[in-house]
Design a protein around this ligand. Structure first.
Ligand SMILES: [Mg+2]
Length: 366
C-alpha cells in the first residue's frame, strides 16, 4: 500500500468469559471454580452458554451440551444465565465505548467493533483508546475485556483473541500482511469446520497457501466467498464499522410533565419528536418504510399505530405528518396523553444483512 494511505483505526473489544465473569463477580462463592453458565445438566437439551476459564481447563466450551460438560468436569458448578444483568452491563460497556466514538457495531452483548480513526476525545492512538476502554471496564464494572487493534475488522477481531484474557494485541499496518500469511485457515472467521477440512485436503493450511491461488481459483473451490479470501489474505478488508447493523427501528419519545389534552399541543410535541427521529436517522444514513406512533394515556394504557409506505423516508416533515394522521385516527375526544413516540422501521435494502461469521453465537443458544 502507498505510504500516504490513511489507515483506519479499528478496535475489536470482547469481554472475557462474559456471563461467567459477571456471575463470579456478583457471587464470591463462584470465584476460582469451574463455572458453567447455561442450561442445567439435569434438564433436557441444556447447553453451555459461557464457561469460566477454570472450566475451560477441563475442555468445556460454549455450545457444548451441559451433560457433556458435567462429564468432563463432575465438580463443575452450573448456574442459569441472568440476561437482565448482562444487558445492563452491556449497556454500560457501550456507554464507555460512546465516550470515544459513535461508530460502534455491536456483534453481541459482549463484543463490538469500534472505528476510532477519529476518536471524540482526541486521544489519537488507537492502542491508547483500547487501553483506556479496558481500564474503564475494569474500574467501573470490575470485569476484564480483551482488545484487538488493527486497520480493519477482520484482523482486529482475530487479534482480540490472541492475548485473552485481559489482553491487548496490536497488528500495525506493516504487520498485517505477514500476520495473514501465517494465520491457520481455521482461524479465518467465516471458515467453518467443513471448509477448513476441504482446504486442508487441498494442501491449504495457512493464509500464505491461500495467497498462492488466483481469485478465480478461490471462487471455483469455495464459491463467492473466495473473493473475500483473495482480498483478506492480502490484508484488505474495507467493510465499514456499521453502527446500525443490529438496529431494526429507530425512534424517540417524550413523556410530558403534564397530560396533553389539546391537539395543538400534541402536534407541537410530534413536530419536536419527528425532528429528533429525523436527526438520528440522518446520522446513520437510514430511511424506513414503516412509521409507528406510540401513545400512552394518563391511565397508562398504551397503544401503537403504524403506517407503511412504498418509498423509504426519514425527513421530519413527513414523519410528523404521518404521526399526526395516525394520532387523529385514534380519536382525540377527551383524551389525556402522557407520552408520545415516533419510530421508523423496515429499513429494507439499505441495511446490510448480518454476516454468518459475525452472528452473536452466545445468544443463539437461547
Ligand atoms: Mg466474549
Amino acid at each position: 500500500m502507498p505510504a500516504d494511505t490513511q489507515y483506519r483505526k479499528i478496535i475489536h473489544i470482547d469481554m472475557d468469559a462474559f456471563y461467567a465473569s459477571v456471575e463470579q463477580r456478583d457471587n464470591p462463592e463462584l470465584r476460582g471454580k469451574p463455572l458453567v453458565v447455561g442450561g442445567l445438566p439435569e434438564g433436557r437439551g441444556g447447553v453451555v452458554a459461557t464457561a469460566s476459564y477454570e472450566a475451560r481447563k477441563f475442555g468445556i466450551r460454549s455450545a457444548m451440551s451441559s451433560k457433556q460438560a458435567l462429564q468432563l468436569c463432575p465438580h463443575a458448578v452450573f448456574v442459569r444465565p441472568r440476561f437482565a444483568v448482562y444487558k445492563e452491563v452491556s449497556k454500560h460497556i457501550r456507554e464507555i465505548f460512546s465516550r470515544y466514538t459513535d461508530l460502534i457495531e455491536p456483534l453481541s452483548l459482549d463484543e463490538a467493533y469500534l472505528d476510532v480513526t477519529e476518536d471524540k476525545l482526541g486521544v489519537g492512538s488507537a492502542i491508547e483508546v483500547a487501553q483506556q476502554i479496558k481500564q474503564a471496564i475494569q474500574d467501573e464494572l470490575n470485569l476484564t475485556a480483551s482488545a484487538g487493534v488493527s486497520i480493519n475488522k477482520f484482523v482486529a477481531k482475530i487479534a482480540s483473541d490472541i492475548n485473552k484474557p485481559n489482553g491487548l494485541k496490536f497488528i500495525g499496518p506493516s504487520a498485517v500482511e505477514s500476520f495473514m500469511e501465517q494465520l491457520p485457515v481455521e482461524k479465518f472467521h467465516g471458515v467453518g469446520k467443513v471448509t477448513a477440512e476441504k482446504m486442508k485436503k487441498q494442501g491449504l493450511h495457512t493464509g500464505a497457501d491461500l495467497k498462492k491461488l488466483t481469485e478465480d481459483e478461490l471462487v471455483k473451490s469455495f464459491g463467492k466467498v473466495g473473493r473475500f479470501y483473495y482480498q483478506i489474505v492480502r490484508g484488505n478488508d474495507n467493510r465499514p464499522v456499521q453502527p446500525h447493523r443490529e438496529t431494526k427501528s429507530m425512534g424517540a419519545e417524550d413523556t410530558f410533565a403534564y397530560d396533553l389534552t389539546e391537539p395543538e399541543e400534541m402536534h407541537t410535541e410530534l413536530d419536536k419528536i419527528a425532528q429528533t427521529v429525523a436527526d438520528r436517522l440522518a446520522r446513520y444514513n437510514l430511511k424506513g418504510r414503516t412509521v409507528t406512533l406510540k401513545v400512552k394515556y394518563s391511565s397508562f394504557k398504551q397503544i401503537t399505530r403504524n403506517h407503511s409506505l412504498t418509498q423509504p423516508l426519514g425527513d421530519a416533515e413527513t414523519l410528523s405528518r404521518i404521526a399526526k394522521e395516525l394520532l387523529a385516527a385514534t380519536g382525540l375526544d377527551e383524551v389525556k396523553i402522557r407520552l408520545l413516540g415516533i419510530s421508523v422501521s423496515n429499513f429494507g435494502e439499505l441495511q446490510s444483512k448480518p454476516k454468518k461469521d459475525d452472528a452473536p453465537e452466545q445468544l443463539k443458544l437461547f
